[in-house]
Design a protein around this ligand. Structure first.
Ligand SMILES: [Zn+2]
Length: 317
């Protein structure tokens, strides 16, 4: 009788799917493509990452869909940016954080590295991915969150993080090199909204957005008039459109300059708040910034490698 129940207990233990449970990838949901990419680079085959915001999606305006909510209720870990980037989802994430493991990864950046927000005295500019040096801190936060969720994979996560940080260092150095080749009086970046503040600070560029730090603020006619004057006065000939923001106000700027007899063209399309298509080089963090750096430097007068830092950019970008 005793022997029989012992065997039954053994059979029961053997039937428990212990091995399968340990090997199932950690289900991670991330808001922006940039965070999803960091989770994939660090997590490798230990994670299954779902990014909520695809190419061309504006995080300032994004609201969770029904299928996003389903994915988040099934996730082992939810990563969002914070710093008021996902402004329409703040309350949602604060509520969700009481029930699920939810981490705002950009909130971990050392405050001394953050730029002030133009519109809110108590907030920071959220666009930290634009500076490889600042994004490093976010990558380390993602590593911590994944390690907390799956401590047994800590060594693999640490090794993958080191490899990813080395690529980010290479990207930073490439940016410093090619952006410094732009003539000094041309180091002005005119874009649809103020997403490039950290970029400007890191690489020594003046950055002028038609809209403020959020795309939700109004692009006033006054602002367009001011920027037209700047383009004419400083003899700037290139402005940049963004993949996640309408180019309507950018066209108004070009027309305004033309009316004053000054020719301005589109220097290229930049990935400001969303990455490129999944499965492409531009659909990774490194590719997104390589694209931006190469397009900006090239349009403003530097001699850049045709296909960017790694020879991987799509032709014609
Ligand atoms: Zn933005």
């Amino acid at each position: 009788m005793i022997r029989r129940s012992f065997l039954a207990a053994l059979a029961f233990a053997a039937a428990l799917p212990v091995a399968a449970w340990a090997e199932a990838p950690l289900k991670v949901v991330a808001t922006t493509g940039m965070i999803a990419d960091a989770a994939r680079q660090i997590g490798g085959d230990q994670v299954e990452v779902k990014g909520l915001m695809g190419p061309g999606v504006d995080p300032h305006a994004y609201r969770q869909t029904r299928s996003d909510i389903v994915a988040m209720t099934r996730a082992d870990l939810i990563l969002w940016h914070g710093l008021y980037l996902e402004a329409q989802m703040e309350n949602f994430f604060h509520d969700l954080g009481r029930k699920r493991p939810v981490v705002a990864v950009a909130e971990g950046v050392d405050k001394s590295k953050l730029r002030a927000h133009d519109d809110y005295a108590d907030k920071y500019d959220p666009h930290v991915w634009m500076s490889p040096a600042v994004w490093r801190d976010v990558v380390v936060e993602v590593q911590k969150a994944l390690t907390d969720a799956r401590p047994e994979a800590a060594d693999a996560f640490a090794a993958n993080t080191q490899a990813f940080l080395a690529e980010i260092d290479q990207l930073e150095a490439y940016g410093k090199q090619v952006l410094a080749e732009v003539p000094e009086n041309n180091r002005v970046l005119v874009t649809a909204h103020d997403a490039f503040g950290y970029f400007g600070e890191e690489y020594g560029y003046e950055v002028l957005g038609i809209q403020g730090i959020s795309t939700q603020s109004e692009a006033g006619l006054n602002r367009i008039g001011e920027l037209v004057d700047t383009l004419v006065d400083q003899q700037l000939t290139a402005v940049f459109v963004e993949s996640s923001v309408s180019d309507r106000s950018m066209r108004a700027l070009i027309e305004g300059a033309a009316a004053k007899g000054h020719d301005v063209g589109i220097g290229g399309e930049l990935y400001s708040d969303a990455m490129g298509e999944p499965g492409t080089y531009e659909g990774t963090y490194i590719g997104m910034l390589d694209h931006n750096i190469s397009v900006i430097a090239g349009a403003l007068g530097a001699d850049v490698p045709e296909r960017g830092m790694n020879g991987k950019l799509s032709a014609g970008s």
